[in-house]
Write a protein of this length. Structure first.
Ligand SMILES: Nc1ncnc2c1ncn2[C@@H]1O[C@H](COP(=O)(O)OP(=O)(O)OP(=O)(O)O)[C@@H](O)[C@H]1O
Ligand SMILES: [Mg+2]
Length: 467
């Protein structure tokens, strides 16, 4: 795994090294210019002094102030060593400073060319294994007697080069030390910067299934971490809610499955207490069968919920004639509606969607069943289906008493049942949640448009071109 801290430290250190090296290089270049200028100035000053002194003497009497021209003795500092030589226009030597002995200074061609144009020429050359700086001074600048003579003054570059090397080495050393300091600082800063994230992670880690109601509080007030903490807490909220819903669902489901089992067992126990006639056994078996029916319907409902909750696989999205589906769902409740003295009307137009026809029939069927179950005799139930604005819509509208305000917000909750006294059936409270889950799995929605007076449920699905 990559370490943010290590990366930050390396980058910071390298950046610092680069900055210091560039600064060091620039400084060394500047220092070189300064030192060369300084050397040139001292050479020029010396040349002027010697030129002025010799200006009135003829070339055979031209003499240098020999005391100034130290020999390269073992103990004399090389900064003070200077050589001088007088040249003719044809580059022939005339006079040498004594420390030159029989040797001639090299005469740089470019510097000589400058001097011929009455400009003081400058040059750098290598001579006898060392580097030298020299200037060529046209004596015409100090009088006409030596109009055709040129004075060359040279000094070793050794001291300048040594200073430059030392300065460069010092800059490099500073670069390395600076880099190490910067890396240390970055390492420390990175720890400081990543500590809140670690503390937030530690708090999040401590939150487990049992303590999902706990929230992260660390660094929530720090601007940079506020969002992270908020996002994590929102995620915990959702997890907590989902977890609680799941727990409630399992508890309700097992409770619902237990009551028919208890009834069944009670009936069997009573029947077994003594010998009974065939008719009595039959009655027990029939009531047992009812309980088994109820349990298998419940198991079926739970299975449908579990399946639709995880969404529909694409291969189950087939073109569906919704008008047909609505008609079939209504047909199934016709008899029950007639027995209860309800007036059920259909008002449909060709409507199509994509999905699972069986599931859609079940969703509409649940709405129709509810309208039949929870309304008194004489109620009008209207089932409509049509297409509008790219949506396929199904409405189940009844003129019954509707849903009381205390129940209305909860009717889509799993296992939620309204007032049982007003119902004709004894459901488990899964009809609306299943219809709603089916709608969601089809990319649609189920809503309670009107709760009172008379409930109006509307199922909205994406419309498809009629087959
Ligand atoms: N058309 C309606 N008129 C009045 N109340 C209704 C209507 N539809 C639903 N309800 C109320 O909403 C509650 C939840 O309905 P839902 O279909 O989810 O469960 P159920 O009918 O009680 O049980 P199940 O459908 O699982 O057999 C019902 O118990 C009922 O009180
Ligand atoms: Mg129902």
């Amino acid at each position: 795994m990559r370490s943010f801290r290590l990366q930050l430290t390396l980058r910071f250190g390298l950046t610092m090294l680069l900055i210091l090296l560039v600064t060091g290089a620039a400084w060394t270049v500047l220092l070189r210019v300064i030192l060369y200028r300084q050397l040139d100035r001292t050479l020029l000053a010396l040349a002027e002094v010697e030129a002025l002194a010799g200006a009135s003497a003829s070339s055979s009497h031209f003499q240098f102030h020999e005391g100034v021209f130290l020999t390269e003795a073992r103990h004399s500092p090389s900064e003070l060593v200077r050589f001088a030589e007088l040249w003719t226009d044809q580059s022939a030597p005339v006079v040498r400073s004594i420390n030159l002995g029989q040797r001639d200074l090299p005469l740089p061609v470019d510097a000589m060319a400058d001097a011929r144009r009455e400009i003081v020429g400058h040059a750098t050359f290598k001579w006898e294994g060392a580097r030298y700086r020299s200037i060529v001074y046209p004596l015409r600048l100090v009088g006409t007697l030596h109009a055709k003579h040129y004075l060359e003054v040279a000094g070793p570059l050794d001291p300048v080069d040594t200073t430059l090397w030392r300065s460069a080495a010092f800059a490099a050393l500073l670069g390395v030390i600076g880099m190490m300091l910067a890396m240390g600082g970055a390492w420390w800063f990175a720890r400081l910067a990543t500590r809140p994230a670690q503390e937030i992670a530690a708090q999040a880690e401590a939150i487990e299934a049992g303590t999902l109601s706990a929230r992260i509080t660390a660094h929530a007030e720090v601007a940079e971490y506020h969002r992270l903490v908020a996002v994590l807490n929102a995620m915990l909220d959702r997890l907590d809610r989902a977890f609680q819903a799941q727990r409630r669902f399992v508890a309700d489901a097992s409770h619902e499955l237990r009551s028919p089992l208890t009834v069944l067992k009670g009936d069997i126990d009573v029947a077994l207490r003594r010998e009974r006639g065939p008719a009595e056994y039959r009655a027990v078996l029939e009531s047992g069968r009812e309980e088994v029916d109820r349990m298998s319907a419940l198991a079926d409902n739970l299975l449908t919920l579990a399946r639709t909750d995880s969404g529909l696989p694409p291969d189950r999205l087939q073109p569906v004639d919704l008008e047909q589906v609505v008609r079939r769902a209504v047909e199934r409740s016709r008899v029950a509606a007639a027995e209860a003295g309800l007036d059920m009307t259909l008002d449909t137009s060709p409507t199509a969607t994509r999905g699972d026809a069986g599931l859609l029939e079940r969703a509409v069927g649940n709405l129709v069943e509810n309208a039949v179950q929870y309304t008194p005799a004489g109620t009008r139930i209207t089932v409509r289906c049509w297409t509008a604005e790219g949506c396929a819509r199904v409405e189940v509208d009844d003129s019954g008493p509707g849903i009381p305000p205390e129940h209305a917000p909860h009717v889509f909750e799993r296992f939620y049942r309204g007032d049982p006294a007003r119902s004709r059936g004894s459901g488990a409270g899964l009809g609306l949640p299943i219809a709603s889950a089916i709608a969601a799995a089809h990319g649609g929605a189920l809503e309670l448009v009107r709760a009172r007076p008379g409930a109006l449920f509307r199922l909205t699905l994406p419309a498809a071109a009629p087959a």
